[in-house]
Design a protein around this ligand. Structure first.
Ligand code: ADP
Ligand code: MG
Length: 238
């Protein structure tokens, strides 16, 4: 116990919530299958960042999480790696339709970066990733979604458009990530985010990441997450 608290201190991690899993020290502690370990090595990631040390065991245990850490701290891998594991754990991948993992990000650029990161780890498993944001024609996007995918990386507005066009269903979605939640609110996407969340089954796993935690984001988190574990790295502004 003393060791764990010292270790967390050294990582500048603070946690709250019940039954918080211990932080890991190495990617090997996650029990990842060898393809994921190989992809991690190929990325040149030698050891997990602070947020990854605590978020990976939390998310892999199936818990909801509020992850607060500044930009550049490695939040993407903290939700992408467990998402691949979550998808591989689903029985009979092809039986139903629509994405299993849904990631929302505030801007096209951010969504694109996440899309690229997800593809790197998804490739080895034949897990299909679709990008849903401006820049591609809606017809092209519609066709791609109709062809099927396990992961969607989206900006909220475009995802709503695609849902309205019935390009996809959220029937299979059980893993929802809201990335850069504070910026999503700054850009006025709260109604779209709430609409998307409302279309995903309540027994989903929900992950919310943000660099800051203004009161509005805090309120949303309280409403849409179930018994979340809150992980904060370093000092955080409101
Ligand atoms: P954030 O979302 O917190 O802003 P990112 O997920 O975009 O951060 O990661 C920032 C950079 O750190 C990226 O270039 C990413 O490839 C790199 N990175 C992530 N995890 C690790 C790691 N464990 N070791 C080394 N580099 C990492
Ligand atoms: Mg990020």
């Amino acid at each position: 116990e003393q060791d764990v608290s010292e270790y967390m201190k050294s990582l500048a991690i603070r946690v709250s919530g019940f039954d918080v899993p211990k932080p890991i020290k190495a990617f090997e502690d996650c029990g990842f299958p060898s393809q994921i370990m190989n992809a991690i090595k190929k990325q040149g990631y030698e050891k997990p960042t602070s947020i990854q040390c605590q978020a990976l065991p939390v998310v892999l245990s199936g818990r909801d999480i509020i992850g607060i850490a500044k930009t550049g701290s490695g939040k993407t891998a903290a939700f992408v790696l467990p998402m691949i594991v979550h998808i591989m754990d689903q029985p009979e991948l092809q039986k139903e339709e629509g994405p299993i993992g849904v990631i929302c990000a505030p801007t096209r650029e951010l969504a694109h970066q996440i899309y690229l990161e997800a593809k790197k780890f998804a490739k080895a498993y034949g897990v299909r990733v679709s990008a849903v944001y401006g820049g591609m024609s809606k017809l092209e996007q519609f066709k791609e979604l109709k062809a099927g995918c396990e992961i969607v990386v989206a900006t909220p507005g475009r995802l709503i458009d695609m849902l309205k066009m019935k390009a996809l269903t959220m029937m299979r979605a059980t893993y929802l990530v809201l990335d850069e939640a504070d910026r999503m609110f700054d850009l006025g996407f709260e109604p779209q985010v709430r609409s998307i969340v409302g279309q995903i089954r309540p027994d989903r796993q929900t992950l919310l990441f943000s660099a800051t935690m203004p009161r509005k984001v805090e309120k949303l988190a309280r409403e849409i997450l179930s018994d979340p574990i809150r992980v904060t790295v370093g000092e955080v502004g409101m």
